[in-house]
Write a protein of this length. Sequence first.
Length: 553
Amino acid sequence: MAHGKETPRQKMIGMMYLVLTAMLALNVSVSVLDAFKIIDEGLEKTLKTIITKNEDVYYEFSKAYQLNQSKTAKWMALAQQVKQRSDSLNKYVQHLKLDVLKEAEGKSEGIKGDSIFRDKIKATTDYDTPGRIMIGNELTEKSEATLLRKEIEAYRDFLLSLVPPVNTKLRESIMKGLDTEPPPSKTKIRKPEERTWEYHKFGHTPLMGFLAIMSSQQVNIRNAESEVINYLYSQISAGEVKFNELEAVVIPVSNYVIKGNEYVADIYLAARDTTQDPVIWIAEGVKEPWVEKTDETGNTYIDKKEGINYTQLEVEHGKGKGVFRRSGSSTGFKQWGGIIEIQGPGGQAIRRPFSAEYQVAEGSVVVAPTKMNVFYLGVDNPVEISVAGVPISQVSASATNGSLIPSGNKFIMRPKRPGNCLVNVFAELDGKKRSVGSKEFRVKTVPDPYATVGGKKGVAINKIELMAQTGVAATMPPDFDFELRFTVTEFTVLSVVQGFVKQYSSRNNRFTDEQKNLINTLGKGSPVYIQDIKAVGPDGSIRDLSTINFRLN
């Protein structure tokens, strides 16, 4: 347009062209800013999810402290320090967001207290205020951006001080999530925004982009908090016997014995160690044949009571349990109990008390669910019903909450609603149908499945392994004995890419091409969140499943 002498008409056309170009650029900018709003909303949702998960861990700390203060106090105190530092830094970032927003907006409906309402923000295209507040005319040690960087670095160093050098993966994750180094330069001569972390984040950022960047920092803070407190919680039980539940358990074949038959019961730890045989002492006719004592260090332990006759139970080698047998030679109520002992990892004795009771009677009805001690809605519950001395062909039953259907030598129970269910048993005696007993059961809904990808519920995963998976599965808890399948109907894959959240949804149980492409672009250490997972059961009920959190390695 500037070559040679131009006519007034040519100058006018050139000016119109410049105006049109500016208008097009403005439209693109508005579209981008709208995208920043969506990203910031997604970051806020992720932040709330992480905070909720962290609160669950702190609650588990509290429960563990109530059970054993001496063992938990050190790790709980450190976790509380992490919480205080995390809350303080998160609050500091939130105040910076509000300060910049107030400066740009003035009095605005987009700010109410410490909350931000993005749809009410008007100054979305303000490129000046974020840089002016965070950096100023030039970057100095007193610039808000510099102060923020130092706070993040101090927080990062504090978290690293809690993690030993041998835990390299966790330390690398903290370093990467709270990185304050500028990105590598793409050219030999660095641009101003490439020279420092401060310029890279706030050098030339519109207001909505600034809010998204700050929200991303808050997510990184809470995610680092989550990793460290989970590590601290794991240290409570470090070095202990790795049992799911260290408690003595007595499982009788039946607590109700017909005269002339024998009483049989298994005694073992709920998560027993078959590599060592426990020592079991038995005392009969006593409800609690043990006493709790305290040693010189203040720790409590279980010991035998004086004046009680104990017998040592024979233990089958390699099974980790003993079998208690007594003949039901006389009717009546029987009590018995004792102490079971195993060796801990440090060679110290670990003892747990137990007690049990049974009744010997002349004869009665036996109603036993085949798989569980409860009935579940939506599934066939097999039930064994028998009456001593009466063939199964002459035994019938009914239920107050559902229907009992004969099936071979068993019955199938199909309950109608949650609550209680009374099973009434009848037997044909002397040619007449007589009531011979009843038993009450609980009726529950089928427990929620949990979401898995390739059989994993989260934590670290190899990127190639994750890319090889076809989708998300709904897996029933391992202690649920029924064959029941839930099908995932939808889920969302979310991750942070260069400080921005990207998320894509699937309307079935398989990864979409967009989701796979997102995962494929992520680098080592990147988080991958699979959330908003829904699954449908065979009864048509829809369940919300918990989020899967992966970190690529």
